[in-house]
Design a protein around this ligand. Structure first.
Ligand SMILES: [Zn+2]
Length: 300
């Protein structure tokens, strides 16, 4: 069984594909920071807490993506009195996960193949909608730090000298795997890199990748910035002549030699490319216009 890794007296995480945070609170209770993709991930988290003599009393969800909230339902069903906290603008998606495959489908009723745990978590109640700033749960004061961009209203959680950075940045291996780091709003994502770097903490634990100290963070952030700028260049090159979103997606995937392995993966990738296209328009580097081919983007 994977055990909790303690990084300070009251801050730990369960390492894995998704690093899940654990904050020790009053009376040997604990707060989970994200719960993984499904009930199996949540069960492992619960067992790891119990093995450390801790009983989960709260879940803090950093953002609504299915691989971060998919275990909430299991914990809510199986632990009496446990309460879920989430940023206000993320909460609706956690309570109604159908919204994720729906927005990945341009608002349409999603294809059946998008009804899966990778893009549609099991629903979970959100008992507390949280705002940025100080937040006390079970006698522990946390700082809720807005790091929007990867998701609409994603937040990081700071406790003592540790930052649970959610998907505010990715480890190098994750960057290599996906080519284009997913964002809803690339400009906001890029600005949030600086927010994370400016925190007065000693360790940053991302949702995916290795925990890093300040030195490690600097090089990891360089890699994240490089991945964003490389993706921007790929998209700009793809729209040297006017292109639709699907044509831009295909062009970028061809250059990266990274075809999607599933419709869900394609839908997420295409949503990320749409974020780049709209970022370029907002930046004045591209225009979007209607044509006989539909909505097309063109570098200017
Ligand atoms: Zn995410």
């Amino acid at each position: 069984m994977t055990e909790l890794v303690f990084v300070s007296e009251r801050v730990a995480y369960l390492p894995g594909t998704n690093n899940l945070g654990v904050i020790v609170a009053e009376g040997r209770t604990a707060i989970a920071v994200d719960t993984g993709i499904d009930k199996e991930a949540a069960r492992l988290l619960r067992r790891a807490c119990e093995a450390a003599g801790l009983r989960l009393c709260a879940v803090f969800s950093t953002h609504h993506h299915a691989d971060h909230v998919g275990g909430n339902d299991y914990l809510v069903r199986n632990i009496d009195g446990i309460e879920v906290y989430a940023p206000r603008r993320e909460a609706a998606f956690i309570e109604d996960p159908y919204l994720e495959p729906m927005y990945l489908s341009s608002g349409a009723r999603p294809l059946g193949v998008l009804h899966n745990k990778f893009v549609m978590a099991t629903p979970s109640p959100v008992h507390h909608r949280v705002e940025p700033g100080a937040l006390t749960i079970a006698g522990v004061e946390l700082q809720v730090v807005p790091i929007p961009g990867h998701s609409l209203a994603q937040v990081a959680v700071v406790i003592d000298d540790v930052c649970f950075a959610a998907d505010g940045f990715f480890g190098q291996r994750v960057l290599n795997k996906y080519g284009v780091p997913y964002a809803h709003d690339v400009a906001a994502q890029y600005a949030s890199f600086d927010v994370l770097m400016q925190l007065s903490v000693a360790q940053w634990i991302p949702g995916h990748g290795e925990a890093v100290d300040r030195v490690g963070l600097a090089s990891t952030m360089d890699a994240n910035r490089a991945a964003v700028m490389h993706s921007r260049d790929l998209v700009l090159a793809a729209i040297a002549t006017p292109q639709t979103l699907p044509a831009t997606v295909a062009a970028v995937q061809n250059v990266l030699a990274m075809p999607s392995a599933s419709v869900a993966q394609y839908a997420v990738f295409a949503s990320g490319i749409a974020a780049y296209l709209n970022w370029l328009v907002a930046d004045g580097a591209a225009v979007a216009e209607l044509s006989d081919a539909g909505l097309v983007w063109r570098a200017v």
